[in-house]
Design a protein around this ligand. Structure first.
Ligand SMILES: [Zn+2]
Length: 286
């Protein structure tokens, strides 16, 4: 089982596709958190969804796919960059056992934020009205880009750390004949069993679904977990508060402890660790 995403295209239809399978990256995202099965599975689906969206980025940058609502799963977010390095976190308040996707998130929104390294930030928001994340994403593409999209997402049902998904989408320039083709390709995709999506090799999976079609596969892309937190980044964020405030915190608690919500790393700073920062501030202030 590898953590990979593969794009493909039909030679005879104006339709593109992606298959993604994740295991290690999913495990890394959930391992330091005490999520219930229900929250765990949403994180897995969100990880797959974010990978599917990231694979189409045509520039260097970041993407965040976020669920926000008034349900016990207040917030769930996966961040990724163009190299398919991902991290994620969830904020849970209250009981989540036995709840459906919609009950978990409650009344809320799906938010997709794309931040190019060079260029304007783009944010798309859609109300969560459907019963599953995949249907919400299909709505998103329909509304924001007028692209017929079929998304299949699975996570956690076979093994706690297995997640997989499939995306089919008409190309932006598709002519009016594409609807029938799209329907045909989606009907075949719906025959795939959850277990097959987790475990079959991607070319085998595509052959099983589309052996009567001409399908071209692009080179597979690796998916991995990566958290961008570091001691240096903590110091940078501490540099944004005043010297007096830092000294105040040190006096109050004896040390400053910072915690990464994504990977659960802890960073501990005592006065000696902050000397440079305090001196720097001292110099810049005078
Ligand atoms: Zn971290």
């Amino acid at each position: 089982m590898t953590d990979q995403l593969q794009r493909f295209i039909f030679d005879d239809y104006q339709i593109r596709g992606e298959i993604v399978q994740a295991h290690n990256s999913f495990h890394e995202i959930i391992k330091n958190h005490d999520y219930t099965t229900e929250v765990n599975n949403v994180m897995g689906e969100l990880l797959i969804a974010t990978s599917l969206l990231t694979a189409t980025l045509k520039f260097e940058g970041k993407i965040a796919v976020q669920l926000q609502g008034d349900g016990p799963l207040n917030l769930a977010v996966i961040n990724a960059n163009q190299d398919l390095q991902l991290r994620g976190t969830a904020r849970v308040e209250g009981e989540t056992a036995g709840l459906t996707f919609k009950q978990l998130v409650g009344k809320g929104h799906l938010m997709i934020t794309i931040t190019p390294d060079n260029g304007e930030r783009y944010q798309g928001v859609i109300a969560i009205e459907k019963d599953s994340l995949s249907e919400c994403l299909e709505d998103y593409f329909e509304q924001s880009e007028q692209l017929a999209t079929r998304i299949i997402l699975h996570a956690g049902s076979r093994d706690k750390t297995l997640a997989a998904g499939l995306l089919l989408q008409t190309l932006p320039a598709a002519d009016e004949n594409h609807e029938e083709d799209f329907h045909h390709v989606c009907a075949l995709a719906s025959t795939i069993k959850e277990d097959e999506l987790y475990s079959l090799e991607r070319d085998e999976l595509l052959y099983r679904l589309y052996h009567q079609e001409k399908v071209r596969l692009f080179e597979a892309q690796q998916i991995s977990f990566k958290c961008s937190c570091s001691k240096e980044r903590c110091l940078t964020s501490l540099a944004s508060i005043t010297q007096q405030e830092i000294l105040g915190l040190l006096q109050e608690r004896g040390a400053i402890d910072m915690h990464c919500e994504y990977c659960a790393s802890d960073y501990h700073f005592e006065i000696d660790d902050l000397k440079i920062l305090l001196d720097d501030q001292h110099h810049t202030q005078h």
